[in-house]
Design a binder for this molecule. Structure first.
Ligand SMILES: NC(=O)C1=CN([C@@H]2O[C@H](COP(=O)(O)OP(=O)(O)OC[C@H]3O[C@@H](n4cnc5c(N)ncnc54)[C@H](OP(=O)(O)O)[C@@H]3O)[C@@H](O)[C@H]2O)[C@@H](O)CC1
Ligand SMILES: Nc1ncnc2c1ncn2[C@@H]1O[C@H](COP(=O)(O)OP(=O)(O)O)[C@@H](O)[C@H]1O
Length: 450
């Protein structure tokens, strides 16, 4: 972000002109939210505070009742200039319509003092609507961790120039309310993550047949229901042919599902298999370990989910060359970090390390889903409905990712496309859905991508 701002500055922009642009863009949002009510702007010492002076000046110009609370003097040239250009009222405290928090943004370096934290809380309490500029004060920009306890929630957070990781990471994002981005001319920031957007998915070619669209083999285990969910989801993910490799014919299997109960090594020898999925319903006994090893030895594009992630050890990947995707939830991710000798608190850094050490794309699931690739690429999902927090929805996602992989998508794209479809299906399913309802919504989600 700093580098991107610097390249604009090198290209003739000044910090002041960027601040002016950012502040005016943010003021437009505050103006809409205020709807004529009074606004109190809390300004800190850095450029986040500078944005606050620009916002206050712009709102004053538009005729809103505005006052500024400034517990600290401006400490940057741009913030000093912005303050000098503001000719409105200051106050010790404020009460009323909208609280605009410009105390600290991305430059926050340590926890707020007790006095500053109390001031932010008091102002938040005494206003009907709370808006954070760039980041709520007290939130660490890269990790999304609050540096103080008890900080307020906001109705709206206006990011300036580019999204910061904190805007899409828990726990920060749940305190931000709606999030909006103000463009100040910063293009793509090198080495930063990209947001997962609605993908454009292919319609089968005129001369397509089931094998050209990809044969996906899903290797089941002792608990057939989970693999069955993955199979049903995969059938809506683009692959042309879904087969279940199981020890016996499960009673709950749909008519259209082809089930191969021959010995696993024999079933896996089929040269037409485009991708494999193992994990849902695998369990963790010796038979499960054997099935996982057999799948990995086949060295085909593979998705590992659920118990396969718990059983995975680095040595099992030594001879592999084919693409691999791991889909851990937070508990499985912790086990993978431990198995791959990765320690500490830096979630994004550790995801990158896991992707590099395993050579796999890692789709780390949860309320803030991230996809890390071995080459350092990072994709960030927009929050999906929290109704997904129900047993079995991960099996649906695993089936979808494997289906996209079998259909020919690159591993990182397969994960991102499936995550988008999964979230969209959850939106379309409405509240209180079961994993089966989610599967039924997948056709509608896919249709939105054609
Ligand atoms: N760069 C650009 O071109 C543009 C940037 N923009 C805006 O700038 C923001 C980043 O600005 P920034 O780097 O000045 O950081 P900011 O968040 O205002 O705070 C830093 C100041 O606070 C201080 N400080 C830190 N923690 C503290 C604490 N706990 N308690 C007390 N003090 C503390 C720290 O002092 P120090 O740590 O040196 O003591 C320093 O004085 C960004 O979020 C966006 O809003 C936009 O205008 C677009 C153009
Ligand atoms: N609070 C939440 N908000 C949004 N999505 C969630 C939330 N909790 C879980 N999910 C999603 O639901 C799925 C759950 O997967 P997982 O934990 O593996 O479930 P299971 O193993 O029971 O199928 C993941 O795709 C995850 O991203």
């Amino acid at each position: 972000m700093r580098a991107a701002e610097q390249s604009l500055i090198d290209g003739g922009e000044t910090v002041e002109s960027l601040m002016d642009c950012a502040g005016k863009g943010a003021a437009e949002w505050v103006w809409r939210v205020a709807g004529g009510r009074s606004v109190t702007v809390l300004c800190g010492p850095g450029n986040n505070g500078g944005d606050g002076y620009v916002i206050a000046r712009e709102l004053l110009r538009r005729g809103l009742p505005v006052s500024i609370v400034a517990p600290l003097e401006p400490a940057t040239d741009a913030a000093r200039a912005a303050r000098a250009a503001y000719h409105g009222p200051f106050a010790e405290m404020g009460k009323g319509g909208v609280f605009v928090d410009c105390l600290f943004g991305s430059g926050l370096g340590r926890p707020l003092s007790d006095e500053l934290a109390a001031l932010v809380c008091r102002l938040a309490e005494d206003h009907a609507t709370r808006v954070a500029i760039d980041l709520p004060s007290g939130i660490e920009s890269d990790s999304g961790q609050p540096l103080n306890d008890g900080l307020p929630d906001y109705d709206l957070t206006i990011s300036l120039g580019a999204w910061k990781y904190a805007h899409w990471l828990m726990p920060a994002m749940q305190a931000m309310g709606e999030r909006r981005l103000v463009d100040i001319g910063i293009g793509r920031v090198a080495d930063a993550g990209t947001m997962i957007r609605r993908p454009h998915l292919p319609t089968p070619a005129r001369d397509a047949h089931k094998y050209t669209r990809g044969l996906l083999a899903i290797v089941g285990g002792a608990m057939p229901g989970a693999a069955m969910l993955a199979c049903r989801a995969a059938a809506h993910g683009g692959a042309g042919y879904i087969k279940l490799f199981a020890d016996h014919h499960p009673q709950c299997a749909p008519d259209e599902l082809v089930i191969d109960t021959s010995p696993l090594e024999h079933a896996l020898a089929d040269r037409r298999i485009a991708a494999l999925l193992v994990g849902p319903g695998l369990t963790r006994d010796d038979a499960a370990q054997h099935r996982l090893s057999a799948v990995l030895a086949r060295d085909l594009p593979t998705v590992l989910d659920a118990d396969a992630l718990v059983l995975l050890r680095p040595a099992m990947l030594a001879a592999r060359t084919a693409p691999l995707i791991l889909t851990p939830h937070s508990g499985e991710l912790a086990q993978l970090f431990s198995a791959f000798g990765i320690e500490g608190e830096d979630r994004i850094g550790h995801l990158h390390e896991l992707a590099r050490k395993s050579g796999a794309v890692v789709a780390a699931k949860g309320p803030d889903t991230l996809v890390a690739a071995p080459d350092g690429e990072l994709r960030i999902a927009r929050p999906a409905p929290s109704w997904l927090s129900t047993a079995g929805t991960g099996d649906v996602l695993a089936g979808l990712i494997a289906s996209r992989l079998a259909n020919g998508a690159a591993p990182v794209d397969a994960a991102a496309q499936a995550i988008w479809l999964h979230g969209e299906a959850a939106h379309q399913a409405g509240p209180v859905f079961t994993p089966s309802d989610l599967v039924r919504s997948l056709a509608g989600a896919y249709a939105a991508c054609l």
